[in-house]
Unconditional design. Structure first.
Lengths: 156, 186
């Protein structure tokens, strides 16, 4: 499609409604400019119609505050990232150490189970306490797993 | 009046990209929100969706690290964000929604402004990208390179695409009985 040198002037005239005789004569003879005139006038009229009919715009202050809030949340999340990873590493290390210690502690655990089963007597009281201590440790382990789960869920 | 980048708008927490202060943003918003709403409304054909994407466009502009003192440049960037949102919307849209997004094919009872004008009917027969091109060229007065930048097209191919879209819309408008202003009636 060949470009017409008048097209920008025609567009401006059609949009503003200010025509010169030269442009009017040109449009009568130039098909692309006639199309430009028709399309520009129609679209500008439509734009004016939209502006008149449209409901009020949302308050820019709300958008500004929302963007600022999101920005702050993102910044604080980024700042906490290091702490979160250190926390995770510590939990992982604790888990690994715990697993490494299980074989060494196993005889003691087995013994404590025996004691609990045989209704311990007063002299063997320290051994009977190993049972509740184990339950407590299990609780802490469950809580640690829940904390990790919570962090992962928050991240996603 | 050009919007100035304000260093005082940078909070101590390191929030760097909100380069406009609140007053400058409000000023920019007042100047660009209505044109952008028109652009979105005629691209999407759905006033509620257009308003949603309008807010999302401004939010994305504020979230971005885009910094400039040139208001026109910022406006073009805003329109590019909006155009990408429109593109995403049409990409995500399910096949059964195809007709509902078209301004010309909405049911008369939908209560929206689109069917009230002949222009919206004529625009509804065009592809969303053609509507966007025409709106930017003939309402916003954007240059070919600006339109290409906003819509992610090549400037060289844009000229012929715009010309074809203009011819299609002009034919539709003539079919509806509208005549060019320079030749008599608007």
């Amino acid at each position: 499609m060949k470009a017409c040198g008048f097209s920008e002037r025609v567009r401006q005239a059609a949009s503003s409604g200010v025509w010169t005789d030269e442009l009017r004569d040109h449009c009568a003879a130039c098909e692309p400019c006639a199309e430009t005139t028709l399309v520009t006038a129609a679209l500008c009229e439509d734009a004016a119609f939209i502006n008149d009919e449209a409901p009020p715009l949302p308050d820019p202050t709300v958008l500004w505050m929302r963007a600022r809030l999101e920005r702050r949340q993102r910044t604080s999340r980024r700042a906490l990232q290091g702490i979160v990873w250190a926390h995770r590493a510590a939990l992982f290390l604790a888990g690994v150490i715990g697993l490494l210690l299980v074989p060494k502690l196993w005889p003691m655990i087995a013994k404590s189970a025996d004691v609990v089963e045989s209704f311990a007597t007063v002299p063997s009281l320290p051994l009977t306490l190993i049972g509740p201590a184990l339950v407590l440790m299990m609780c802490f382990a469950v809580l640690a797993l829940m904390a990790i789960w919570n962090e992962l869920a928050e991240e996603h | 009046m050009a919007i100035t980048a304000s260093e005082t708008a940078v909070p101590a927490t390191g929030v760097r990209s909100l380069m406009m202060d609140e007053a400058a943003f409000a000023c920019f918003y007042r100047r660009t929100a209505r044109p952008l709403r028109g652009f979105l409304l005629r691209s999407l054909g759905d006033p509620a969706l257009a308003d949603d994407l309008l807010q999302e466009s401004f939010l994305r502009l504020l979230r971005s690290d885009f910094e400039t003192d040139d208001e026109q440049h910022r406006k073009n960037y805003l329109f590019r964000i909006a155009s990408n949102l429109v593109k995403d919307h049409f990409r995500r849209r399910r096949p059964e929604d195809t007709l509902s997004g078209d301004p010309a094919r909405r049911s008369p009872g939908s209560g929206e402004v689109d069917l009230r004008t002949d222009v919206s009917k004529a625009l509804g027969d065009l592809a969303p990208r053609d509507r966007q091109m025409l709106w930017l060229a003939y309402v916003e007065g954007s240059s070919h390179s600006e339109i290409a930048d906003i819509l992610g097209l090549k400037t060289a191919s844009l000229k012929s695409m715009l010309s074809r879209a203009r011819s299609r819309l002009a034919a539709q408008l003539r079919r509806l009985g509208l005549q060019p202003m320079g030749r008599g009636r608007t």
